[in-house]
Design a protein around this ligand. Structure first.
Ligand code: F0G
Length: 460
C-alpha cells in the first residue's frame, strides 16, 4: 500500500518562533529600507524565501555530531571524517575545506585562470562569474537554448550546449580555456538539472582538448534525484550511485555546503590533481586557515559531514523536490505566471507576464517582490533589471532579458501550511496586479547594486 501524500520525513524537535507584523509595521519597514528587501531585519519577515543558502534546519544527528567536534588546529579528527565523506561521494582525493563556496571559487580560479582566458559553464552563478572576472578572464554561459526560455519544459534545462562548447574551444584555442565548469543544478537558470548524458558529452569534449572539468556542485544531490526521476535507465539506481557517477566524470569541484551540505556555513574544493591541490592549499593558508580546517570550526566540519550523508536520503530528496513543486503549483493556482518546470530549490515568478503595464525601466520584479512582502510578510528576491540591468552614462538602464522573483525554499524549515499561506499571499498580490506601480532607483552602488540600492515608488 502506498499513500498519495508525500510527508516531511522528520518530526519537529526544536522550534523557532516567527512573528506576524501589522500592515503598518511592514509599510514602515519598507520605507526605512528604501523598498529594498535586503534592508529588512529578519524579524520583520514572516516567511523568508530570500535564499536556500545556509537557511536550512539541521538535524538532531548534525547537532549531536557537532558536540563531538575536534577543535585541534592541525589534524582534527573532524577533518578526517569530513574528508572520508567527501571522498566517498565524489571520488576526488584532494579535499580542501573552505568557509563557503565562493572561497573555493576564489582559490581555484586564482590558481587556474589567467587574464584573457575564457571559462565556459552552463550558467555561472554571480560569485563564480565575479571571481573569474576578478582574475581578468571571461565567464561565458553556454546553456542549451531551451534553458533560456521560461515556458520550455525540457527535462534537463540546465544542460550545456555541447556544440557551442566545442565551437568555443575551437574558436579560442584550448590554451585560452583553463577549465570547463558545469553547475548542478543550474541555479541562475532556475535550479534546472543537468543529465548524466550531457555530463558525459561535456567530458568527451574536455578529453578531446585535454581540459579539466569542474562541477559547481552546490546542489548535486537535488541534481542526482532529478536524474533518477527523469533520465532513462536511472529509476532504480540509488541516488548516491548517481551522484558518484556525476562526480566520476569530473576532475574536481567547488561546493557550498550551505546548500546540499545541509549546514549553515561551510564549503570545500576537491580535485584529483595533487599539484593544483598543493597550490590551492598555499593560498588557503593565507586567508582561510590551515588545510585541516580551512576557516571552519571542527564542529562545522562535523555538521557538513553528517549533512552530506543525510542529503542523499531518498525520502528526503523526494520530499524536497515535491515541496518545491508544491509551491509552484500553489503559485500557478493563485493566478501567478511561473517559470516551468519548477527547479529543485526555488520557484520563479514571472513579473513581466503579470505586470505588463510596468516597463523594465520601472523594475516590475522589484515591484512584485515588494508587494509580496507588503501583503503578507513574504520575502523573495528580484532577479531582473535591478540585479542584472546596468546603469548607463545617460542615466537610463539597460534592461535584463527576464523579470523574475525567486522564491527559494530553505531545506527542512517550512511546513506545508507555511507554503499554503505563501500561496494565499501570492493570490492576493495577483489580485492587486493592476494597482501595483513601479519604482525608480534613487541611490545605487557601482556594482552588485541590488544589495544596497534605495528605491522610490512611482506615483502618478
Ligand atoms: N555556486 C552556486 C550555484 C550558488 O548558488 C552559490 C550561492 C555559490 C556558488 C556560492 O556559494 O554562497 O557559499 O559562497 N548561492 C546562494 C543563492 C547565495 O542564494 O543562490 P556561497
Amino acid at each position: 500500500m502506498s499513500f498519495r501524500t508525500i510527508i516531511e520525513p522528520f518530526r519537529i524537535h526544536s522550534t523557532q518562533a516567527i512573528r506576524h507584523t501589522s500592515a503598518e509595521e511592514r509599510e514602515a519597514a519598507l520605507r526605512r529600507a528604501g523598498y529594498n528587501l535586503f534592508g529588512l531585519h529578519g524579524d520583520e519577515v514572516l516567511i523568508d524565501l530570500l535564499t536556500d543558502s545556509g537557511t536550512g534546519a539541521m538535524s538532531s544527528r548534525q547537532w549531536a555530531a557537532m558536540m563531538d567536534g575536534d577543535e585541534s588546529y592541525a589534524g582534527s579528527r573532524s577533518f578526517y571524517r569530513f574528508q572520508d565523506v567527501v571522498r566517498d561521494i565524489t571520488g576526488l582525493q584532494e579535499v580542501i575545506p573552505t568557509h563557503q563556496g565562493r572561497a573555493a571559487e576564489r582559490i581555484l580560479f586564482h590558481v587556474m585562470v589567467k587574464p584573457g582566458q575564457v571559462v565556459p559553464n552552463n550558467t555561472h552563478f554571480d560569485t563564480t562569474r565575479a571571481n573569474i572576472e576578478f582574475n581578468g578572464a571571461e565567464a561565458r554561459d553556454l546553456v542549451i537554448p531551451e534553458g533560456r526560455v521560461p515556458a520550455s519544459r525540457h527535462p534537463f534545462k540546465g544542460n550545456m550546449d555541447v556544440a557551442a562548447l566545442e565551437a568555443t574551444i575551437k574558436d579560442l584555442g584550448s590554451e585560452r580555456v583553463p577549465l570547463v565548469m558545469v553547475t548542478v543544478t543550474n541555479n541562475s537558470g532556475g535550479g534546472q538539472p543537468v543529465s548524466l548524458a550531457n555530463l558525459r558529452a561535456v567530458r568527451a569534449v574536455c578529453d578531446h582538448h585535454r581540459l579539466a572539468l569542474y562541477l559547481d556542485a552546490c546542489r548535486f544531490a537535488e541534481n542526482a534525484y532529478f536524474i533518477k526521476l527523469r533520465e532513462p535507465g536511472y529509476a532504480d539506481v540509488p541516488v548516491k550511485r548517481i551522484a558518484q557517477e556525476m562526480f566520476a566524470l569530473a576532475d574536481g569541484c567547488t561546493m557550498s555546503a550551505k546548500k546540499d551540505g545541509l549546514a549553515n556555513i561551510g564549503g570545500f574544493l576537491a580535485m584529483n590533481d595533487p599539484e593544483v591541490a598543493a597550490q590551492c592549499r598555499n593560498l588557503l593558508i593565507l586567508t582561510e586557515g590551515f588545510p585541516t580546517y580551512g576557516g571552519l570550526a571542527g564542529y562545522d566540519l562535523e555538521a557538513v559531514a553528517t549533512g552530506l550523508e543525510e542529503v542523499l536520503d531518498e525520502e528526503y530528496l523526494k520530499y524536497r523536490l515535491r515541496s518545491t513543486a508544491y509551491l509552484a503549483e500553489k503559485a500557478e493556482a493563485a493566478g501567478m505566471p511561473v517559470v516551468q518546470p519548477p527547479g529543485g530549490h526555488a520557484v520563479y515568478l514571472d513579473a513581466k507576464a503579470l505586470l505588463p503595464h510596468i516597463p523594465p525601466s520601472q523594475y516590475p520584479a522589484q515591484a512584485l517582490a515588494v508587494e509580496l512582502y507588503r501583503v503578507g510578510g513574504v520575502r523573495g528576491v528580484e532577479i531582473g533589471s535591478v540585479m542584472f540591468g546596468k546603469a548607463l552614462p545617460d542615466g537610463t538602464d539597460s534592461p535584463a532579458p527576464l523579470e523574475l522573483v525567486r522564491l527559494a525554499v530553505p531545506r527542512r524549515t517550512y511546513t506545508q501550511s507555511h507554503v499554503d499561506y505563501v500561496g494565499e499571499v501570492i493570490a492576493e498580490a495577483a489580485r492587486r496586479k493592476d494597482a501595483i506601480r513601479g519604482f525608480r532607483i534613487v541611490d545605487q552602488a557601482p556594482w552588485l547594486r541590488h544589495f544596497t540600492a534605495r528605491f522610490e515608488p512611482i506615483t502618478l
